[in-house]
Each structure stands twice: as C-alpha cells, then as structure tokens.
Design a protein around this ligand. Structure first.
Ligand code: GLA
Length: 676
C-alpha cells in the first residue's frame, strides 16, 4: 500500500535549490498563545523550516468523548504556514486521554506478571485492543480530514515511537491476537506443537484456546513461544501502523507517511527490517549513549537507517541538543557535539535534522530534557549552537538528495538472532548480539574503511567482506545465501554462538556451529562461557573474554590464531576455510578491542579492501561518502571527542576547519568533483 519512496516535498531556496529539513518536535499546547509568535520568530532565526506537531495532543483535540477542539491547531497550522515553516503532522494517537482510559480501562496494557499499567504516563494502550483502535482511528480520520489539504502539511507522523513503552502486552486482547497470529502461521496445532517442541515438559496443546502469551510462569517459558511472542509483538504494532496508514491513504493519499523508528542500542522490540514497506520514508530517533563508544553506536545506528532506507534519503526525526532526562545521570553534551552528532546522521544519508524538542518544557516529566530553546532562553549557548547548525545545514545544501555510497564491507545485524540469543536458560547471559555487532563495527572502523550495517535478508552479493557477529539463528536459506556469496568471492566472518539454531530456535545437531559448520570447516562440541572476571590468552599475545571453545578443524581449514592458555591452549581460536573464490573465518572467542581490529585489518587485506581517503590516521575518523550527480561528498568524523586528529592537507573542504590537525568534535566535509 505504500508508495515506493514518497519523500516529503523539499524546502527550497528562492533559486529552487533543495535544503535540508531542519527543526524539532513542537508542543505548543504546553504554552499560552503569546509564546507562539515568539516561537515562530525564533524558529526563523535558527533556520528551522519544519516542526513535528500534535504528537501528544489527543486530550487537547478531543477533550471528551464527544467534543472536538481544532481551533488552536488551525491557528497554529496557519501561523506556521505564514512563517514559512512546514509541518510533519502527528496523528496524535500516542497517548490516550484520561477520559478514554476511565471509560475503557480495557485498553490498558498488562505486564508479564499481570500488572495493569495505569494512565498517567504515556503510550498506555494495547496494540491489539479493538476499543483503542476504534477511538484512535476516529481521531486519525478527523485530523486527516481537517488538514489533508493544509498548505503547511508535508508529512504524516503516524503515532510516535511505536512500541517505546508498550511493545510487550500480555493482556487478554493480546492473548487472543497471539492465538490468531499463531493460527495463521502454523495452520494446525500439530505443526505448532512440533515447532514449539512441546513434547518437552508436557506442554502439548490440544486446542488453540489453551495458548497464552509467555506470562510469568513457575519457571522460564518455552523458548519458541518467547520467540514467536517477540515476532508477534513486532507484527502487532506494525498492523496497528497499517491501520492508521489505511485511514490516511483513504483521505490524504498524496502526503507521505512515516513513523519514527528507534534504531538505537537498547531498543530491540521492533524488527524494523519488516516495517520498511509500511512507511513512505524512513525516519529515526537517536539519543547519544554516555559510553566510550558513543559515536560508533550513533554511526552504527545511522548506517543501519541508511540500509533500511535502501540508501535513499531518510529523516533524523529526533535527537537531543544536549542532555536527556531519562538516564540515571544526565550530563550536557560537550561543546561541538550537537553539530557533530547531527552531521554524523547526515553523513549516513539523513536529509532532515530534527530534535526533541523546540522549547524546553516547564512542567511535566521531560522538563529537564534539553531543547533547541532551553529554559535560559535565546541568550544561551544551546540556542546559538542550534542557530549555527541551521547555518551549516544551509551551506551544505548541495549534499541534499545525494546517496550514501555503499561500502565493500557489511556487518549483519539481525533482530531474530538478537531475540533468540537474549533469552533465559542459555549458556551465558552476558553475550549480546547488538554489543557484538557494534564491537565488530568499531573494529572495522579502526582500520579506516567505510562499513554498511545490513539485515540478513539484504543482498550480500556486492560485498567483499561480510561480518556476521553472533548470528545465532541461521535458517537453511540464509546458510545457502551466505555460502553462495562466499563461493562467488566474499570473505565471510562469524563468531561464537552463531549458526546454532534454526528459525524455530531448535538446535541444529551434529556439532556447533550447526548451520555454518560445513562452510567454516570447524566443529565444536561444548561451549565454554566465561565470567566477567575470567579471560583467555592467545599464543601470539592476544586475549579474549566472554567465551572460548575447543575447535576441531576439517581438512583444509587453517588456523589463524591459537589459544595460549586454559584447557584449549595450543588449539585453534581463529580459523579460516577457503571456499570457491572466497573464505570463511571463525572466531571462537570475544577478542579484545585491539586484537579484533588487527584481525579485521588482516581480513580486509586478504579481501583487497582499502580506505577511500588516505590521510595520516584513517582509523581515527569515521568516513562516509554521499554521491551526488556532479560530485561526491566525503564526511570525516573524529572518533575521540576529547582528542585531536591529524588529517594532513585536505583539498576540497566545504565544511570544517582547513587545518592539518582538527579537534575531536570537528566534522569535515570534502567535495570531490566526478571525473569523466
Ligand atoms: C522519545 C519521544 C519524545 C521524547 C524523547 C525524549 O524520543 O519520542 O517524545 O520523549 O524521547 O528523549
């Protein structure tokens, strides 16, 4: 039902050249009207040309079941239009008002242990509730009818961060919808019983109605039930998205639709790879982590968005100008980090840079969250920096519409493997698919190359190196696609606990790593997970943590590194099998950061992958390339915000200091004309 790639109408300058979208969530319902006019004037001053409006406005728009108040929103839409500011208009369904939850408490979500979540926060609705749907879709209809042809409207913002707080609901509505989903998937109980392995612990079902969501049980739940519940919960939210889409498509087919994804560390509930055809353009929310690999995690997320967007432009719908309010300790960003973060998303294909939020709230749970306009007002570092960023984006307008140039190296990131390897009752609760993927991404960046982040279903054939860290679930079709890519010349790398289970989370017998055993030319009988205090050494001085294994080699498989300590001392730790034109490398422990980077470098050299931009310390910056019609735009993003980076004499600088050594938050953009 979605258009192929229906991007919001571009904002252009007087000469018709397209601009970046620049703006924020705007919540004028929190402010008296006197503030609105000064808001618009300050937005213009900061270069804001778009706002996301009405995200949490349900109670204001529909104060009671049968009253509607659009007067304020009409006024706001008109003022924004008059001020030259476009609107990404929300369907306002994210937070149901108290009158609705009071009349219909049956829309409230229920936790695993049976607690009904109260109103008083936000997103307190069951994705599968027919009563919620009826009310929410009525609201969508009213808003769509009223604003479909408003001149300020450029995009529909469906709900907001679907699943941020309510992805897992264990209510009776969810139980019924789960059973329906299972009926459709398995058709009959025999197939379900087989897939769920219900011969174990006397879990055999004799009627679909006996099935419930994986609620708190006497001990851990059935693993395939857990996995199917992950899949169902992601699908349930997507079905809800489809229902809002259907209303918008009927009333306002010409306006592109999006819903803001949360591709970031710690959010695992929604398998966005299965949502991409339900939005007209990809948009994402990202908040910088307060960790050592913060910029790498940001870059990983943005690279992931770029591949979800099929290398077409996408929107950064939210990030923060400075501190957030929802961690234990919430320090502000360093000077320069606001622009660095924004430009890192741009480097990976974002054509919109938006923040949560425009004006910092004085009341409510997010009153200590940074905004473009802080509590201090316009006379503030944050507002000046936000204004400067607006100017930077104006200067970088030639980059708009250019496409991220795919890399020769891909890291596979897979929600199904993440879910399946994060369950209870596994060999170790310390291994994490996302963390492993990020560590490999970081190690590859250390070598200075550009790296894509792809889904297992993406086309792997264009890559010289494919790295699949902790790819726990490998169904036969994926195993054969990987094998085909290797035989055609790809160099494949995977690590411990990969290839272990099929799509039902059943172990593939015959020795680990199951589905990848033949390709890798190795066989493992037992896992040796390690405690945080333990480690293992390699013969050549390297070290590993988390895990090790006794790896048996098939004929022809070579050893790249041996273990140097523990029960497997002298046995292979890292191996390589040559297959067709390519090779398959197996890494049976979690190598320390430097060792991982060294191994990544060796593999890239074998595959003939080199850095795109030669300068003194390629691994100290993240490099991306956006290809335009006449030129390439090369982004260089320093990785250590507190250090400096020697970049030498660069030519074609269109943004950033023209110095041989730059600060850790300076981003440089180079323009390289295409040569005929
Ligand atoms: C999310 C939400 C916003 C706001 C921010 C705060 O991204 O979409 O409404 O709560 O978090 O960081």
């Amino acid at each position: 039902m979605s258009h192929v790639h229906h991007f919001p109408t571009r904002v252009t300058t007087a000469d018709g050249s397209p601009q970046f979208f620049y703006g924020a969530d705007y919540n004028p319902e929190q402010w008296p009207r006197e503030v609105w006019d000064s808001d618009i004037a300050l937005m213009q001053q900061a270069g804001v040309n778009v706002v996301s409006l009405a995200i949490f406005s349900w109670a204001r728009i529909q104060p009671t079941n049968d009253t509607w108040d659009f007067e304020w929103l009409d006024d706001m839409m008109d003022r924004l239009h008059a001020g030259g500011i476009r609107v990404d208009l929300a369907t306002a369904t994210a937070s149901p008002p108290p009158w609705l939850t009071t009349q219909h408490p049956e829309i409230l979500p229920v936790t695993r242990d049976g607690v009904v979540l109260s109103q008083g926060g936000r997103q307190h609705w069951r994705p599968t509730s027919p009563v919620f749907r009826e009310h929410a879709l009525q609201l969508v209809e009213k808003i769509a009818e009223r604003y479909a042809s408003h001149p300020a409207l450029i995009a529909w913002h469906v709900n907001n961060e679907l699943g941020c707080h309510n992805v897992y609901d264990y209510s009776d509505d969810a139980a019924e919808a789960f059973r329906e989903w299972l009926r459709e998937k398995y058709e009959d109980l025999e197939t379900l019983n087989q897939a769920w392995g219900t011969a174990f612990w006397s879990q055999q079902y004799s009627d679909f109605n006996q099935i419930v969501p994986p609620r708190v049980a006497a001990t851990e739940n059935n693993p395939t039930q857990l996995l199917d519940f992950n899949r169902f919960s992601s699908d349930a939210l997507r079905d809800y998205l489809r229902d809002e889409n259907a209303v918008l498509e009927r009333i306002s087919p010409d306006i592109p639709r999006t819903t803001n994804f949360m591709v970031m560390s710690g959010t695992s509930g929604m398998d966005y790879a299965t949502w991409t055809s339900d939005v007209d353009f990809i948009s994402n929310d990202h908040y910088l982590l307060p960790t050592r690999d913060a910029i790498e995690e940001l870059s990983f997320s943005a690279a992931r968005c770029s591949s979800l967007a099929k290398n077409k432009p996408w929107w950064l719908m939210e990030h923060s100008t400075s501190a957030v309010n929802w961690r234990e300790i919430n320090p502000p960003k360093r000077r320069g980090e606001m622009a660095r973060d924004a430009l890192t998303h741009v480097a990976h294909g974002a054509d919109a840079v938006c923040f949560f939020q425009w004006r910092a709230s004085l009341a409510g749970s997010e009153r200590f969250h940074a905004a473009m306009l802080p509590h201090a007002g316009a006379d503030s570092r944050t507002f000046r920096d936000a204004t400067a960023l607006g100017e930077t984006l104006e200067k970088l307008a030639p980059v708009v519409g250019s496409k991220v140039l795919p890399s020769q190296v891909a890291v596979i990131f897979d929600y199904e493997s993440w879910w399946a390897s994060s369950q209870p009752f596994l060999p170790s609760s310390l291994v994490d698919h996302h963390a492993q993927a990020l560590d490999w991404y970081t190690a590859l960046l250390d070598t200075g190359v550009r790296v894509d982040v792809v889904s297992p279903d993406d086309d792997l054939s264009g890559y010289k190196v494919v790295v699949a860290p902790l790819l726990h679930m490998v169904p036969p079709a994926l195993a054969s696609r990987i094998t085909t890519a290797v035989e055609a010349g790809a160099h494949f790398v995977t690590s411990f606990f990969s290839g272990i289970v099929d799509e039902d989370a059943h172990v593939i017998p015959g020795g680990y790593p199951g589905a990848l055993r033949d390709l890798l030319g190795v066989r493992v009988e037992e896992f040796h997970p390690l405690t945080p205090q333990q480690g293992v050494l390699l013969e050549d001085g390297g070290a590993g943590t988390l895990w090790f294994e006794a790896v048996e080699l098939s004929e022809g498989t070579e050893t790249l590194h041996n273990y140097g300590s523990g029960p497997t001392a002298g046995m292979p730790a890292v191996t390589r099998a040559t297959r067709g034109q390519g090779s398959a490398v197996y890494v049976s422990t979690h190598l320390d950061r430097e060792d991982l980077a060294e191994l990544a470098g060796d593999i890239l050299r074998t595959a003939g992958v080199y850095v795109d931009v030669e300068f003194p310390s390629p691994g100290w910056v993240i490099t991306t390339i956006r290809r335009g019609t006449d030129a390439d735009y090369i982004f260089l993003i320093p990785r250590d915000p507190e250090g400096t980076v020697e970049v030498g004499q660069l030519t074609g600088i269109i943004h950033g200091p023209a110095e041989t050594t730059i600060k850790g938050t300076d981003v440089i953009v180079l323009r390289r004309e295409h040569t005929a």
